[in-house]
Design a protein around this ligand. Structure first.
Ligand code: SF4
Length: 234
């Protein structure tokens, strides 16, 4: 059984946010508008944060895409009173929408701030409703949502592989963010397969975990050439 993970190469990311747009389109993420965004009520399963390195005049902008890290020791999971968030056998931090009762304990306990609460029933004005993805459930008011690693694409690849009586091939599953990245900064695959591209990249000396010191054991591994890198915990 695969154990899914993503590698994001920060030395390649240009901050173009194609991943953010692709994620919105693939996962039926609503746009809440300027007024609600100002109140912090926007939904972004992936965001690109910008920060600065160096001292003037030798300053450069750097970018870091932040999505659910699908932590193996996820702080969001034990605090859910109705088991709406749990770890699935393939290593994904999964969210069961129709169990969620909206306590938001999970969002408060996530150190990466990647869980989003639906303050309204989402709405897509015509003709935007015609582009909704039928493979992804629309979330209703009062529940939490977040990145699923495009689990619908994993299901589709598994189904195809089963029909052809073979295993899922390396690179066959691509979340929308990885597929859309023009810099090819994101790579997705099976971390348990030592030959997979994601495994080989994760072994890089440039690899580190975001807030790895918290012991959350993320399944997103970042690559960056810099001194503040720390190797991922074993
Ligand atoms: S990043 Fe946050 S939401 Fe995702 S598994 Fe970790 S604690 Fe849970």
């Amino acid at each position: 059984m695969p154990h899914w993970a993503m590698v994001i190469d920060l030395d390649r990311c240009t901050g173009c946010e194609a991943c953010v747009i692709a994620c919105h389109a693939e996962n039926n993420i609503p746009i809440v508008g300027e007024e609600q965004s100002a109140k912090g009520r926007q939904v972004n399963w992936i965001r690109v944060e910008r920060y600065w390195e160096g001292e003037y005049p030798n300053v450069r902008a750097r970018f870091i895409p932040v999505l659910c890290q699908h932590c193996d020791a996820a702080p969001c999971e034990p605090v859910c009173p109705v088991y709406a968030t749990y770890h699935n056998p393939e290593g994904l931090n999964a969210q069961v929408y129709n169990r969620c009762i909206g306590t938001r304990f999970c969002a408060n306990n996530c150190p990466y701030s990647v869980r989003y609460f639906n303050w309204f029933d989402p709405r897509w004005d015509t003709p935007l409703d015609e582009q909704l993805n039928p493979d992804v459930a629309i979330r209703s008011k009062g529940i939490i949502e977040k990145c699923s690693f495009c689990i619908q694409r994993i299901h589709r690849a598994r189904q195809r592989a089963r029909e052809e009586n073979r295993a899922i091939r390396d690179g066959e599953v691509q979340p929308a963010c990885a597929q859309s990245c023009p810099a090819e900064a994101m790579v997705f695959g099976d971390l348990d397969d030592p030959e997979s591209r994601v495994s080989r990249l994760a072994a890089s000396r440039r690899a580190f975990h975001l807030l790895g010191e918290l012991g959350t054991k993320p399944r997103v591994i970042y690559l960056k050439e810099d001194e503040w890198n720390e190797p991922p915990a074993e």
